[in-house]
Design a protein around this ligand. Structure first.
Ligand code: ADP
Ligand code: MG
Length: 334
């Protein structure tokens, strides 16, 4: 095989091994896959597409592009409380793509297929005169009728957030050559958080029966919580002082208030926001201890609409940037 493998080599040599744990994928040798669902469970489906130059840099490492593609989808499943089990990949590769790049891409995919105990059960492979375009569909399962929805919050519920906020948006800025006075360890941490999100796959299913609503934060906390509030017919009130920041993000924002917009409105966090009755607080703290994922209470749901951010004095703040709006902000991401 010289140059790039053809579509059939690619599927047979690089992708088929990633289907091995899933008999219904027939080793990627049939037209379609067959899917069984355990009794009493429902399938949860999600799809995210990524385009070179829009959602990632064309020269990002190929293995990390593959892993980010998997992870942004698993984050959506986790936010529904689903256990992930399979993915399908639609890939449009630019003409003349290098064999080495494809191998690294398949390696990255394989790493995360193994790490998250899922299988690649099918997809489609085409060639494009345009930029590299990848779309992944992910499948998970939940107990029937128990998925966490955006619409389930009740007035008085606390709002919780996993992990830390703003690292990825700051990491993107660092990658673009900003944040130059930050020490290299902090810069590397933030860039790593941008390149390789950590989907909260163990946390999601553990929230069933605990959380009243859930969603993943991918387009900015304020904008995304706005969606949850609207779907629940409520308002969300969050406290700036209680937002969980990593040491690196804290250091980056400490002497520069303009980075606050990155924390509140930056994208690519892939953390889970969920709401829960205050009576669940002990259980949630226990979940955080058991899972090793920090869980922070950042505010509460109230009657009304919209999202209010309270400053340290408890006064509502103006939010300059409400997060990424797809289409209208074209060109602002890489
Ligand atoms: P068709 O000719 O019907 O489009 P293909 O030859 O493209 O079928 O696909 C053959 C098998 O390979 C199918 O099982 C399909 O799901 C799988 N497949 C093709 N492309 C991919 C991909 N990018 N990732 C995973 N599986 C793939
Ligand atoms: Mg076919």
């Amino acid at each position: 095989m010289s140059g790039a493998p053809d579509e059939f080599d690619l599927i047979a040599q690089l992708f088929a091994p990633l289907s091995a744990s899933y008999p219904g994928a027939f080793n990627l040798t049939d037209d379609a896959a067959l899917m069984d669902v355990p009794p009493g469970r429902q399938v949860v489906l999600t799809m995210d597409a990524m385009v070179a130059g829009v959602h990632f840099f064309a020269d990002d490492p190929a293995d990390l592009i593959a892993r980010k593609l998997v992870r942004v989808n698993l984050s959506d499943l986790a936010a529904k409380g689903a256990v992930p089990f399979a993915v399908m990949l639609a890939a449009a590769f630019p003409q003349g793509i290098e064999a080495e790049w494809l191998r690294a891409f398949a390696d990255g995919l394989g790493q995360d297929v193994a790490e998250f105990s899922i299988a690649l059960i099918g997809g489609d492979t085409v060639s494009t005169p345009g930029p590299l375009t990848l779309s992944l569909t992910a499948f998970g399962h939940v107990p029937t009728g128990r998925a966490l929805l955006r619409s389930g919050a009740r007035a008085g519920d606390l709002i919780w957030l996993s992990g830390s906020l703003g690292d990825s948006a700051l990491g993107l800025r660092a990658r673009q050559g900003q944040l130059t006075d930050l020490n290299p360890l902090h810069r590397d941490f933030l860039i790593h958080r941008y390149l390789l999100p950590q989907p909260r796959v163990a946390l999601g299913p553990a929230l069933i029966g605990v959380a009243s609503a859930g969603m993943d934060i991918s387009d900015g906390l304020v904008q995304d919580l706005g969606h949850l509030a609207r779907q629940s017919g409520l308002a969300a009130e969050i406290r700036l002082a209680d937002l969980p920041l990593s040491v690196a993000a804290r250091t980056a924002t400490e002497n520069n208030n303009s980075w606050l917009a990155c924390i509140l409105g930056g994208g690519d966090d892939y953390e889970i926001a969920f709401t829960a009755d205050p009576a669940q607080t002990q259980r949630i703290r226990q979940l955080a201890d058991d899972s090793g994922v920090a869980l922070s209470a950042i505010g509460q749901m109230t009657a009304g609409q919209g999202v209010a951010v309270m400053d340290r004095q408890g006064k509502a703040m103006e939010v300059a940037q409400r997060g990424w709006r797809h289409f209208s902000n074209a060109g602002e991401q890489p």
